[in-house]
Design a protein around this ligand. Structure first.
Ligand SMILES: [Zn+2]
Ligand SMILES: [Zn+2]
Length: 184
């Protein structure tokens, strides 16, 4: 992990610290099955002492990249996570329940009382913003299941044909109906 992302509580006693974030996605361990991260991560987090806790408030942002689940086009999804959390040197925060966010305050994190390394919380703030399904547009029409054409660019040949044959079917239906009427 990178050393510059360390907040020294002794320095915090002299006054709030602004942490400017400008790092590679690797520094925050940004890994996802669906999304790739190629752009730098930016942001600004303000650290201050609030009684016996340290408050971290700010934002972190980057761009995630993935294939649209319907048309497979590569889409870039800007993501911005907001942060407003507290750190406390309280061993109760290290219990498994607290670690799973089942504690009373899910915005409360443990630190050793001396140094805060916020990478994990920054990472979480970003990952939670990733859309469940990457889509190039909310109304993406996807690909034709038969010919693979991108239906966002208009109807494909098989659709035109199936519509034409549907019209033909309806026409022959009509003739069949007519025959039925005439025959008896
Ligand atoms: Zn799409
Ligand atoms: Zn088609």
């Amino acid at each position: 992990m990178m050393n510059w992302m360390k907040i020294d509580v002794l320095k915090l006693r002299e006054g709030p610290i602004d942490l400017e974030i400008d790092c590679l996605p690797e520094a925050l361990d940004l890994v996802d099955r669906e999304y790739r991260f190629r752009k730098r991560v930016g942001g600004l987090v303000h650290f201050s002492l609030v009684e016996h806790r340290v408050r971290a408030k700010g934002y972190v942002e980057t761009v995630a990249e993935a294939e649209c689940v319907r048309c497979l086009k590569v889409v870039e999804v800007p993501i911005r996570g907001l942060l407003d959390i507290f750190y406390e040197n309280n061993p109760a925060l290290l219990t498994p329940e607290a670690q799973l966010g089942a504690g009373d305050d899910e915005n409360l994190y443990w630190f050793d009382g001396e140094v805060i390394c916020p990478e994990e919380q920054l990472r979480e703030a970003l990952m939670i913003e990733l859309p469940m399904l990457p889509l190039c547009a909310p109304d993406c029409k996807g690909l034709c299941a038969q010919c693979g054409a991108d239906l966002n660019e208009g109807p494909c040949q098989c659709r035109v044909q199936s519509e034409a044959s549907q019209v033909a079917d309806e026409a022959s239906d009509w003739k069949a109906q007519l025959k039925k009427i005439r025959l008896p």
